[in-house]
Design a protein around this ligand. Sequence first.
Ligand code: BGC
Length: 767
Amino acid sequence: MGMNYSRISDWILGEDSFDPAHLGKCEAVMSLGNGYMGLRSATEEQYLGETRDLLVAGSFNKFDPDEVTELPNAADVTAITLWVDGERFSLDQGTSSGYSRELNIRTGELTRRVRWTSPGGKHILFSSRRIVSLARQHDIAMTVSVTAEENDVALKIRSGINARMTNTGSQHFSEGEKRFYDRKYLQLVERTTQSGIDFVINAVHRFSVNGDAVALPADVNIDRRIIYADYTVALKAGECLTLEKYANVHTTRDLDYAGPDVRALQVQSLASLRESESMGYSALAAESAAAWAEQVWDTTPIEIEGDERSARDLFAVRFAQYHMRVFVPSHDNRMNIGAKGLSGEGYKGHCFWDTEIFLLPYYMFSDPPAARKLEEYRYLSLPGARRKAAENGYRGAMFPWESAWLDDGETCPLYAGTDILTGLPIKVWSGIIEQHISADVAFGAWQYGVICGDTDFMERYGYELIMDTATFWASRLDKGTDGLYHINDVVGPDEYHEHVNDNAFTNYMAHWNLCKALEYADKLKRESPALYERLDSRLDIESNCPKWAEGAEKLYLPQPTAEHILPMDDRFMQGEYIDLSKYKAQDFVGGIMKDYNLEQIQKLQVCKQADCLVLFYLQEDLFSPEVRKASWDYYVERTLHDSSLSLSTHAVMACDMGEEAMAYELFRKSCEIDLGPVMTTSDSGIHAASFGGIWQCVVFGFGGVRMHGGELRINPLLPKNWTRLGFTLIWQGEKLHVVVTGDSVTVKNLTGGKQVTLTVNGEKVTV
Ligand code: BGC
């Protein structure tokens, strides 16, 4: 690979030379965060083309009535400008050597280092450290050190809080108060224009020379949307100045906001800043690193041993774990995971089916409380889902394709991209007709309930999610002339085919949803009459049951062809077959859109992403091995992987097909989506679902783990170059440690609370 930004050793992702043409890559892949907020890792000194994002989970705002709501880019605290004898420190000028920027995923710390000679010939050594604390959700801490290497230098440093930030031009905030307290503490308040959330951002600076504290007077400036201070210091040759900057971010949407108004928050957040400041950077960083160990690395470690490639493979899955902790709002059930996590403005912070199908598995098996929060969010967003159903003439809960704040309902934009032939914006149909999301949400709730053994969740939220989505499906079905029900005019997972009928994934998932609701209604009526009555009074189960039953009985389920291929919809297989090798060879996605418009693509046998294959993966028992194999061969050839969700599903399926070499190749490609050499893929943020996918490749694919029909099974298939794979699974409250080698599978119950029965390579075992 050898790209400068992806030097990987052990726990470190490093870049060894600075590339001002591709700033987005490291900003995103090295982004920091703690689920409450995400901070892109922009450099201290500023460059043209940078994207400096600070995103607070759930703080949605609508900039304009014609736009959809998005996570606003809050005021920046990371920019620090430095002048060396009047010359601005910038790698664009002068000369530099020994450059490195490193993210340590084990500790969550970002560091930089470079020797720089100014155009005027002054030598300095610049280094910096930065964390977003995992132990204190509001805290950011950073240091910058400057050593005068050969000459005496006069330094000027400018640092503060800058609210002149936008989301690609949209300004989401009204300006609030800016204050300078005790000649030391900077505070800036800003309020989102439509949702009315107050953000309070504080910062304080501390200086030392050669380790001894020095008090540098602050020359403070308050201007439009900005507050900053200038500091000057004269360094003798050999001396080192260190600036420590402590900052914190609070909003009136925070769960721990006690009110009554923003003024109280101003006082309280300042007090907490003083406390962090008094701890100092090293203690804060150590405390945060300890939280990383406790929450992630010691709880669900993954071990991979094998040839020289396996170290990079291990890093890739740990890197996925790192980001999955950075972007999961496990502190608050009113928010979910954006498609780009908290690392960029892409997809506006909205969540999709990515959560249930791609990310939830990791949390269910590694961090059940976080998984529960994600599913509680779906429950809390039922009002928006019910509104969407009603607005479309349906009943029950029709989940939005894209979700943001709880009661926002559908937040999918109406237009995106450009039609290559007409020059017009392309209409996005997903928000209107990509309806499988409702079944995906129900499926997620069911999986969570079973895998985490959480009956309390099911009783409070899970049954209701499953039943009200079933009611939606029952009202959504179209009666055909054949006397059966069909689901016409939808977009399935493969978004290159719109307005199709009977998309196999959608129909089978809807069918599952209807059957599950029936099964639970029957079970609760018999076993938990009080709960049944409570649900019935809300969901009208008694009169809905017959509708679910009729829907389930008469819903048309696409059947395999004589060649055993499952048609993904009523049209695809009649489409024109074209040679896709040109697009498959491209190192960017969506190349086909440069040659064909969507209307033309609809008529081709070409898939953007896995469609039927996701169904095989979720509900393998429904299809014979013959059907799965024939369909696999057919669709693999026709799929471009133009969505980051596609490769990992294929990798897992390749394992199921016994195609180990292909699985490994697909797994490596999944890892390259963000870690690979293409420098622009992560500009608008990392690919959250693909991180869930990478973990699934390892644990579900090579590890062969799956939950089917409520039971756990392990059928591993190691890649040839791995000799050992170890991972931890939390199954119904018991922590299992699984080790797979070329010829053995060992499962240990680390909790030992209760016996766990599972199937390993077809054999029932109890641990
Ligand atoms: C994919 C969807 C996905 C969305 C967000 C789209 O490009 O086609 O399946 O949910 O991105 O990741």
